[in-house]
Design a protein around this ligand. Structure first.
Ligand SMILES: [Zn+2]
Length: 401
């Protein structure tokens, strides 16, 4: 529940109290009105009024009686998990994925559509996916949560730039709102992944957490004091575009030598293509009919087979990422950093290269106290994080399990 501003209006106070009550019931599974009043420090009258309203909305149900503390045994309340469903969408992959999600964060139905297009046509595919998901549930819908690549304005629901999808200044939030008549929340895929890992995954319960997503693009999601930190322009965590080599490869952002040009899947494949010819002994030359056609998949395959060139390329990429993470360690001093995304398939040796570079590029004490590890939510992280964003903003629920 977001803190109340100092001069709250009557309506703000009412909403705030309602969120406190709902969160108390949500967090405790089953709880009596008296216990809710004790936990929230609201009066019993206020709690009873709010509960009556939640019962009417169907968000809460009376589910039996608890042990008596002397007098009458109290009626227990519980959140109705399927009272509302929501739509969680992940636009950050080679396919658009989405799910119908319940109030506990369970994926009730999942769907995916291969991403065939860019620009206006990709937008049509988003509509198609959401249409198909809405058709899968008969429950009232709370809203739509979206994790998307690129730089966006979360408050206004605008995608300022998503290069992969060919979107620029796209008001995706209002377009979806107008079409589906539902609240829509969107955030960058790395940012919602951080939220998901903090609520459901390897960073569960951490107050401060950094999750770095390393795939086609590279970005970090930052949770500070339990809240997603997006920065003044929502761009906090764009570490993929820290330039580390002014004479380096051109980046899709327009600059040269960004971390992304060295540490992303595309960069790794490009580097393997560039070096394979000069290393005829490398397995890379036998995995593709032409070294110019090598993809990240062949590099991973050669790496798994112990090919030294593939290993060299992967570890170089790990070190470049480690440099960027060292800056995060120095600025934020978060004790836990999780790595997610397709490049993490290079596993432990790659992780060790990342960690060694973090140690080399930051204060020894800070680096020692920092635990860098893999996240553990896999393919559903963005959907779960987008759903969590919606639940937090719409109901004040933290989804803490
Ligand atoms: Zn860049």
């Amino acid at each position: 529940v977001r803190p109340l501003p100092p001069k709250a209006t009557h309506q703000q106070t009412k909403t705030y109290n309602q969120q406190l009550v709902l969160k108390a019931i949500f967090d405790h599974g089953q709880i009596s009105r008296a216990e809710v009043a004790r936990m929230t420090e609201l009066t019993r009258v206020t709690v009873s009024e709010i509960v009556a309203d939640l019962l009417k909305k169907g968000l809460v149900a009376e589910v039996g009686r608890g042990p008596s503390a002397g007098g009458k045994s109290p009626i227990l309340l519980s959140v109705v998990e399927d009272a509302y469903h929501l739509i969680g969408v992940d636009l950050a992959n080679d396919e658009f994925r989405g799910a119908v999600v319940n109030l506990r964060g369970d994926l009730v139905h999942s769907l995916s559509l291969p991403l065939l297009n860019q620009g206006e046509a990709a937008l049509e595919q988003v509509y198609e996916l959401v249409d198909a998901l809405i058709a899968r549930t008969a429950q009232p819908l709370l809203g739509i949560g979206i994790g998307t690549p690129g730089l966006l304005d979360t408050d206004r629901g605008i995608i300022r730039q998503a290069v992969n999808l060919g979107w620029k200044d796209l008001p995706l939030g209002s377009l979806l709102q107008a079409r589906f008549h539902l609240p829509v929340y969107l955030a960058n895929d790395s940012q919602v992944t951080a939220l998901a890992e903090q609520i459901f995954g390897a960073g569960k319960g951490e107050l401060n957490l950094v999750v770095v997503k390393v795939g086609r693009g590279i970005g970090a999601g930052i949770v500070l004091n339990g809240q997603l930190h997006q920065g003044d322009g929502f761009g906090a965590g764009e570490i993929g575009h820290i330039a580390i080599d002014p004479a380096g490869e051109p980046c899709r952002c327009g600059n040269n030598g960004c971390v992304e040009t060295v540490a992303s899947t595309r960069a790794i494949a490009r580097r393997a293509r560039a070096l394979a010819g000069a290393h005829p002994e490398s397995l890379l030359n036998r995995l593709a009919p032409d070294p110019a056609m090598l993809t990240i998949e062949e590099v991973l395959q050669a790496y798994a087979a112990g090919d030294s060139l593939a290993r060299q390329v992967a570890l170089e990429a790990g070190r470049a990422l480690g440099f960027a993470i060292a800056t995060l360690v120095s600025v934020l001093n978060a004790h836990r950093i999780l790595l997610v995304g397709s490049v993490t398939r290079f596993g432990q040796p790659w992780l060790e290269a990342v960690c060694a570079e973090v140690r080399r590029c930051s204060l020894a004490v800070l680096a020692q106290e920092t635990e860098i590890d893999f996240g553990d939510l896999g393919a559903n992280a963005v959907i779960l994080g987008a759903s969590a964003l919606l639940l937090t903003r719409e109901l004040g629920l933290s989804l803490m399990r």
